[in-house]
Design a protein. Structure first.
Length: 196
């Protein structure tokens, strides 16, 4: 698929059909995540695919979010993927510390976006979830207390008549400047503070 078309097709899907997603399809998307770039090629990620039984029911509840249950739609998701943050290479950790940037989160973001784009190309919907009960998710999945799950991904085929929403994004002129910093502040009346 033409790249920009694919980027526009990827959207947060919050209405899933009951159609299951095969592990073959999930693995094709995970392959795209695996190939993502990372600082010092650390690859500080581990993906836990939850796709069956009681575990899935429990993970959906953890994904709904606590204390505010904003993700009730995940109760329909046939697959939930937990992204565990793993130890980075020493050079990446030192570099990140010196520079004051959390490279591991950047790395994970890239891997997750690769996953979501690969899914979109296959007609599979995804929604990245940052608001969920991490403590509960770790307990359900047996993730050591010392590790973090920064994100979950809800995965499933969109409902039959799903319409890709129009992208709400700032204009290029608002987010780009050439040869120096200049930024137009967003309108006070814009939807800057909304989550979606
Ligand atoms: C780090 C991160 C965390 C997010 N957490 C949630 C979430 O908990 N619940 C949700 O419904 N959407 C969540 N989203 C999806 C965003 O709301 C969505 O990407 C954004 O509104 C743009 O819409 P689009 O994905 O349809 O292009 C998250 C996205 C990112 C990148």
């Amino acid at each position: 698929m033409e790249f920009l078309k694919l980027v526009k097709k990827r959207c947060s899907v919050r209405k899933f059909s009951v159609q299951p997603v095969s592990r073959k399809e999930i693995e094709a998307c995970l392959e795209a995540a695996r190939l993502a770039p990372s600082a010092c090629n650390s690859q500080p990620w581990h993906f836990i695919v939850v796709d069956e039984g009681k575990l899935l029911v429990e993970m959906r509840e953890a994904a709904v979010g606590n204390p505010v249950p904003i993700n009730v739609f995940v109760r329909q998701a046939p697959v939930i993927i937990a992204v565990v943050e793993e130890t980075a290479k020493l050079a990446a950790s030192i570099g990140g510390f010196i520079k004051g940037h959390g490279y591991k989160h950047l790395d994970i973001g890239m891997a997750v976006e690769n996953f979501c784009l690969a899914a979109a190309e296959r007609g599979i919907g995804t929604c990245i979830l940052g608001w969920f009960d991490e403590k509960r998710a770790k307990k359900i999945l047996g993730v050591p207390k010392t590790k973090q799950i920064p994100l979950l991904i809800a995965v499933g085929y969109p409902i039959e008549n799903f319409q890709i929403p129009e992208k709400k994004r700032r204009e290029l002129s608002e987010i780009v400047s050439y040869n120096g910093y200049s930024r137009i502040e967003p309108d006070a009346g814009s939807n800057e503070q909304t989550c979606r």
